[in-house]
Design a protein around this ligand. Structure first.
Ligand SMILES: [Zn+2]
Length: 262
């Protein structure tokens, strides 16, 4: 005997049942859809970033990034000649687009940065980080740390006020429109990368929490357990009103456990 347990009803092995029955949960499907959305939005963002770079009027390049982006309507009446695109009636549409993109990506990152850096707390729109593996939380921290080290700027305010020991500047402090735009684009890409990582973490957690599919040791209360596959068990549960108890994952383990004297 190979010792491999087969379902008492359909005679399939554990591997055969797993291959057949290991289906996506609705939550898994939803996460996968969100993941492909993030990939698509990231690609759209890169395309838009290109349009913004070319479209920033040179008359405004030296303006303060935060001022221009938070007041796009101020520039409605300005008509600007742009070497690349010809005359733009008003840059406010472009600035409004940049402001919207900033609101979506940068504002979220600014709120999430502290949590991602600490590896603990609630990530906005996602939930608590602590239930996830340390390696995943470390990776998120590294993404934030490396970004900040590269730009020598903090994404969001740190809880320790006072002088920043690293010498990093805070957010968009002192950035002109043209430089602030590059920083914003980089932050936007980090936003999508962090979203993708969070979704991947959620997907793996969902997969790991799925009920085991395969051969189980099942008993009708009062009878010794028999090997039954999870598919047949579901069917039996549906067509009978009897109570079934899952003793252990496979019958061999039941035997082994019973033979141990304590
Ligand atoms: Zn079966």
């Amino acid at each position: 005997m190979s010792g491999e347990a087969r379902c008492w009803v359909c005679h399939r092995s554990d591997a055969e049942v797993s291959a057949f029955a290991d289906m996506e949960t609705p939550k898994e499907t939803e996460i996968l859809q969100q993941m492909s959305q993030v990939t698509r939005f990231r690609a759209d963002f890169i395309q838009s970033a290109d349009v913004w770079r070319k479209g920033v009027p040179k008359e405004l390049r030296e303006f303060d990034f935060r001022f221009v982006v938070s007041n796009p309507d101020q520039f409605k009446s300005i008509r600007i000649a742009n070497g690349l695109l010809g005359e733009i009636a008003a840059p406010s549409k472009l600035l409004g687009e940049i402001a919207d993109a900033k609101k979506l990506t940068v504002d979220w990152l600014e709120n999430a940065a502290l949590v991602l850096r600490k590896g603990d707390g609630e990530v906005p729109g996602f939930g608590p980080l602590l239930p996830f593996e340390k390696a995943d939380r470390d990776l998120l921290r590294k993404m934030v740390d490396q970004f900040e080290a590269k730009w020598r700027r903090r994404i969001g305010a740190d809880e320790n006020k006072g002088a920043e020991p690293s010498g990093y500047k805070l957010g968009f402090d002192g950035l002109k429109l043209i430089d602030g735009l590059e920083f914003m684009i980089a932050m936007g890409l980090l936003y999508y990368d962090v979203q993708a990582q969070l979704l991947d973490m959620a997907r793996r957690k969902e997969i790991n929490s799925k009920p085991k599919r395969g051969i189980l040791a099942v008993s009708l209360i009062g009878y010794p357990p028999v090997p039954l596959c999870s598919v047949c068990l579901d069917v039996l549960r549906e067509v009978t009103s009897r109570q079934f108890a899952v003793e252990s994952e496979i019958p061999q383990q039941v035997t082994a456990r019973h033979s141990v004297r304590s």
